[in-house]
Design a protein around this ligand. Structure first.
Ligand code: NAD
Length: 296
């Protein structure tokens, strides 16, 4: 049975690793949070005491970490996995990070004969649990094919965006648009609510009209409209405000490099910063709708 090391078992990595267990792989996970390790063990995987222990004897390493600094240190740090894993290993990083960091890790992997792709995802925690994620992959076509059987367990759509770092660039563009959609959709819903409309009815109307979008279809920010959405669970779980703020920073830095005008993303970035100042960074990003509420 192929051993897979899975590093980062949070809101996304936890369910992704569990789907690999269900598909029959020997998954050994590592996370800094003991409860995350316990959940993988309960699902039939095994838990390691360190990332190095998880990677011992693994043919495939998958990471799902918060940001570029975590990924860089996991693979390239003094204690990093590139110093210990087998040359024939396949490494798949699914975290959303700087394209530059993905390229740097990819170059080091190539120098050492390790197969590496950047493979960030879209689809949220529901997509991670259902195994229906969209993967946006950067790397050589041969390595993408090598990774495909594992990606197909965790996702439904696998796009090869281009060379190293291209997956990250596609993901950054997508999340910049998602931030704009979430803030704009929250504003439209709030206008309706403030003028007496039922948000569930309004959402249904807009979703079947020219304003229809993914937020209205799958991730309504108003509590009670969608029982499964983070909004109906106190904005817990899901995709944290701090992670969306990170992704907007990645988009704006990339835009500065290419001298691309991104006025909508700049506004969304400021709205998320104001929201984080008022309520912190750990709620789900759909809680941005609370920014439109009067202060008590
Ligand atoms: P999360 O904070 O829930 O999970 C990250 C996990 O990594 C945590 O459990 C944390 O303990 C662990 N971790 C941090 N440093 C570690 C280390 N050195 N070794 C081992 N474990 C470590 O975040 P998430 O929502 O699962 O997001 C993970 C990545 O996926 C981020 O890059 C995010 O931008 C991206 N993403 C998230 C979503 C979403 O809907 N949540 C969707 C698409 C992409």
């Amino acid at each position: 049975m192929t051993k897979i090391a899975f590093i980062g078992l949070g809101n996304m990595g936890g369910p992704m690793a569990q789907n690999l267990v269900k598909a029959g792989y020997d998954v050994c996970g590592f996370d800094l949070v003991p409860e995350a390790l316990d959940q993988l063990a309960q699902a039939g995987g095994s838990k390691a005491g360190s990332m190095r222990e998880a990677a011992q004897g693994a043919r495939v390493v998958i990471s799902m970490l918060p940001a570029g600094k975590h990924v860089e240190s996991l693979y390239l740090g003094d204690d990093g996995l590139f110093n210990i894993i087998d040359r024939s290993s396949l490494v798949i990083d699914c975290s959303t990070i700087e394209a530059e960091v993905a390229k740097k890790v990819g170059e080091r992997a190539e120098e050492q004969g390790i197969s590496f792709i950047d493979a960030p995802v879209s689809g949220g925690t529901a997509g991670a649990a259902a195994g229906t994620l969209t993967f946006m992959v950067g790397g050589s076509a041969g390595i993408v094919e090598q990774a495909r059987p594992y990606l197909e367990v965790m996702g439904q759509n696998i796009f090869h965006a281009g060379g190293a770092g291209a997956g990250q660039l596609a993901k950054i563009c997508n999340n910049m648009l998602l931030a704009v959609l979430m803030t704009g959709t929250s504003e439209a819903l709030k206008l309706g609510i403030d003028n007496g409309l039922d948000p569930a009815v309004l959402a249904e109307i807009m979703n079947k009209s020219s304003g229809g979008n993914w937020v209205l279809e799958k991730y309504n920010p108003v509590p009670g409209v969608m029982p499964e959405a983070p909004a109906s669970n106190g904005y817990q779980g899901g995709f944290m405000v701090g992670l969306m703020a990170k992704d907007l920073g990645l988009a704006l830095n990339t835009a500065a490099g290419s001298k691309t005008a991104t006025p909508m993303a700049s506004l969304a970035d400021n709205l998320y910063k104001m929201h984080a100042i008022r309520t912190g960074s750990t709620k789900d990003f759909s809680s941005i709708i609370q920014l439109y509420d009067p202060v008590n």
